[in-house]
Design a protein around this ligand. Structure first.
Ligand SMILES: [Ca+2]
Ligand SMILES: [Ca+2]
Ligand SMILES: [Ca+2]
Length: 260
C-alpha cells in the first residue's frame, strides 16, 4: 500500500487511456507471469489508474476510471481498480484523475497472484454467473487448507468489491453444478477453495457440501461429496481452485459460479 498525492504533478503520457490529467508513477518488475490487481479504494478524489509496459504503451484492459464499488474499503464508486494477466517484465502504474481538475491525496494498493499458483491457470477471469465444464489434469501443485488434494488443480481468478455480498462456487446439483463420482473402478471426490491475494491466505475451503444441496456426483453415487462455498470474499483479487482428493487427474466436473 502506498499513500501519495497528485497535487503539483504534471501529465506525462501515454494518451491511450487518458490525456492531460496530472499523474504519478510507480514501477515494478515481474519475474514470472502473474495477475496484477490495482485499486485506489479510500482515495480522496475522483481517481483514474492505468498500467504502462516497458515500451511505454498502455496495457490493454488495465485502465479504469470508476470501479463502481462502495463496499470492502471503497468509499466512492469513482475510485478505480483493474486486474490483468501479465507476462514477466517491467511495468509502471499511473495514478491520475478523471478530469484535469481531479487531483489530490490517494491510496494505491497492489495485489498479485502468480500463474504458477496451481497446475492449470486460466488467464481469462471469471465474472458474473455461469456454469463451466472441465476435467482436472496435471500434477498437484497445491493442497487445500481443509483436507488433502492429491490431483492437479484448476485455478480461475476473479475480482470482488469486497463486503457483505456472498459469492457462490459449487459442483452440487442443486446449484447447477455436477461431477462424475465414479468412472469404472475410479472414484472422485472434489474440493473447492478460495485464495485471497489481499490476505495471502486460503480464506474459504470446502470438501463435502452435504445433502442439503444435493452434492451427489453422477455414476450411481449415494454420498454427497461435491463441494460448495457460499461466502463473501475480501476486496480485490482472488482465485477459485477446483481440486480433488484421492486421484491425480481425470475428474469431470461442472462448476457453477456467481461472483460478487
Ligand atoms: Ca474515477
Ligand atoms: Ca492438488
Ligand atoms: Ca469432497
Amino acid at each position: 500500500m502506498v499513500d501519495g498525492s497528485t497535487d503539483g504533478a504534471t501529465f506525462d503520457g501515454p494518451t491511450t487511456c487518458l490525456n492531460g490529467v496530472p499523474n504519478v508513477w510507480y514501477a515494478f518488475t515481474l519475474a514470472q507471469p502473474e495477475v496484477v490487481y490495482v485499486d485506489t479504494a479510500g482515495s480522496t478524489y475522483d481517481t483514474k489508474t492505468y498500467l504502462v509496459d516497458a515500451a511505454g504503451a498502455a496495457v490493454p484492459g488495465a485502465c479504469d476510471d470508476d470501479a463502481g464499488c462502495t463496499t470492502g474499503g471503497f468509499t466512492s464508486g469513482r475510485q478505480s481498480r483493474y486486474a490483468v494477466a501479465l507476462a514477466a517484465g517491467a511495468y509502471t502504474i499511473a495514478v491520475s484523475g478523471s478530469r484535469p481538475t481531479d487531483r489530490g491525496a490517494f491510496t494505491l494498493r497492489v495485489q498479485h497472484l502468480p500463474a504458477s499458483y496451481g497446475s492449470y491457470f486460466y488467464e481469462t477471469p471469471i465474472a458474473g454467473t455461469m456454469n463451466v465444464r472441465d476435467v482436472l489434469v496435471g500434477v498437484s501443485a497445491r493442497a487445500p487448507a481443509c483436507t488433502v488434494g492429491a490431483s492437479g488443480e484448476d485455478v480461475r481468478w476473479f475480482v470482488s468489491c469486497g463486503g457483505a455480498a456472498s459469492s457462490l462456487f459449487s459442483v452440487c446439483q442443486a446449484d447447477g453444478g455436477a461431477f462424475v463420482r465414479a468412472s469404472g473402478p475410479t472414484t472422485y471426490d472434489p474440493v473447492l477453495y478460495v485464495y485471497s491475494a489481499l490476505t495471502g491466505t486460503q480464506v474459504q475451503c470446502n470438501d463435502d457440501g452435504g445433502s442439503a444441496y444435493d452434492c451427489r456426483g453422477t455414476g450411481g453415487d449415494s454420498l454427497h461429496y461435491g463441494s460448495r462455498i457460499s461466502a463473501s470474499v475480501p476486496r480485490g483479487l482472488s482465485a477459485l481452485v477446483v481440486d480433488e482428493r484421492p486421484r491425480r487427474n481425470g475428474m469431470n466436473y461442472t462448476l457453477h459460479y456467481e461472483v460478487r
